[in-house]
Design a binder for this molecule. Structure first.
Ligand code: NAD
Ligand code: IPM
Ligand code: MN
Length: 358
């Protein structure tokens, strides 16, 4: 029997609500061969507002000692004068991704049976966005001069290293090769962002030579949004930079049934530090504390965590339980009654998924 140490960061807003359900499901799927020992870390808005701490070094070092991280969401109440935007996002979430070298931000998109796409005829949608996680405009390389004056100049300089681009491109090709359609689409904006564009294009072409069986194509990011909305079934693996990947994956979530279903993994493929699993969505202050959030994204993120730990059968079981629960939500379940008239509460969905596993 193996025991996996999990660092759990519920965070802010709906984060604690959805994380509780993901943990419930992990508990339900645990068994003799795998146990999970969660350690909670109270990081986020509340801690910052009380102590001024975002992610103390000692806590980061403790987190580093775990097998994986489960995170809910971070982000305080909008407009809070004591919590300017970016403090938690940069100081907690991005710091974890950068420090733990999560260079592959894996964001799968499928239309699960039972999920409702806003598209009339979406087709067979099953793709994965491999979003670069440690570079791009996210590194904080920029600044402001003459702040607050009409002559103010603000810069956010995107960093694209050959090292950083090549490693994520390699990961994307390896994933594409293992998938039935073996197709990789680079999404960028090489017609305008020519410096970064050249690095991405060159490395996709170079690495692609080692993957002769993978079909490669390219889309400018603006055109990619057209096809995500009109023909998402055309995509298999998308590789893209940090910011484009952020935007495309909210769109992908909306198209495949909603942000409440979209899971992600911040993966360190070299396993030099624990990987971190979290929903694509944020802290959703508009619905926080009301048991209105769909915990499915958090639960499916836990499934990605299981897969990362090598517990494939358990990952598949959780995914199947989610699919069955989604179908029951639509049809009303085995007794054939119509769909539920009121939306399920957060904990009811977690209970229902967990019940299918025990
Ligand atoms: P958001 O994802 O929190 O919310 C966008 C919309 O989606 C809202 O209407 C919200 O109610 C809805 N929504 C989100 N998750 C849902 C769920 N599970 N079930 C049902 N509806 C759901 O994005 P935002 O409003 O742009 O950001 C809010 C805060 O979260 C900001 O502080 C932002 O920086 C932060 N954020 C954090 C993460 C993260 O921790 N990984 C991700 C995105 C945003
Ligand atoms: C996400 C979020 C984060 C990102 C923010 C909160 C830093 O939007 O995980 O998609 O942009 O990566
Ligand atoms: Mn995002």
């Amino acid at each position: 029997s193996q025991t996996f140490q999990l660092a759990v960061i519920p965070g802010d807003g709906i984060g604690p609500e959805v994380t509780a359900e993901a943990l419930k499901v992990l508990e339900a799927v645990a068994g003799d061969e795998a146990k999970f020992e969660p350690t909670r870390y109270d990081l986020g808005a509340e801690r910052y507002l009380a102590t001024g701490e975002v992610l103390p070094d000692s806590v980061l070092e403790e987190i580093r000692g775990h097998d994986a991280i489960l995170l809910g969401a971070v982000g305080g109440k909008p407009g809070d004068p004591n919590l300017p935007p970016g403090i938690l996002e940069r100081g907690l979430l991005l710091k974890l991704r950068f420090e733990l070298d999560h260079y592959v931000n894996l964001r799968p998109s499928r239309i699960y049976p039972g999920a409702t796409s806003p598209l009339a005829n979406p087709g067979d949608v099953d793709f994965v966005v491999v979003r670069e996680g440690t570079e791009g405009p996210y590194v904080g390389n920029g600044g402001t001069v003459r702040a607050g004056t009409p002559a103010e100049i603000a810069t956010e300089v995107s960093i694209n290293t050959a090292f950083g681009v090549e490693r994520v491109v390699r990961d994307a090709f390896a994933r594409a090769q293992k998938r039935p359609r073996k197709k990789l689409t680079l999404v960028h904006k090489t017609n305008v962002l020519v410096h970064a564009g050249q690095v991405w294009s060159r490395l996709v072409a170079e690495v692609g030579r080692e993957y002769a069986d993978v079909t490669v194509d390219y889309l400018h990011v603006d055109a990619a949004t057209i096809f995500l909305a009109t023909d998402p079934a055309r995509f298999d693996v998308i590789v893209t930079d940090n910011l484009f990947g952020d935007i495309l994956t909210d769109l992908a979530a909306a198209v495949t049934g909603g942000i409440g279903l979209a899971a992600s993994g911040n993966v360190n493929p070299d396993r030099t530090a624990p990987s971190m699993f979290e929903p694509v969505h944020g802290s959703a202050p508009d619905i926080a504390g009301q048991q209105k959030a769909d915990p499915t994204a958090a639960i499916l993120s836990a499934a990605l965590l299981l897969e990362h730990l090598g517990l494939d059968a358990k990952a598949r079981a959780v995914e199947q339980a989610v699919v069955d629960e989604l179908a029951a939500r639509v049809t009303g379940g085995e007794d054939g009654t119509t769909g539920r008239s009121t939306p399920l509460r957060t904990a009811e969905i977690g209970d229902a998924v967990a019940a299918r596993l025990t």
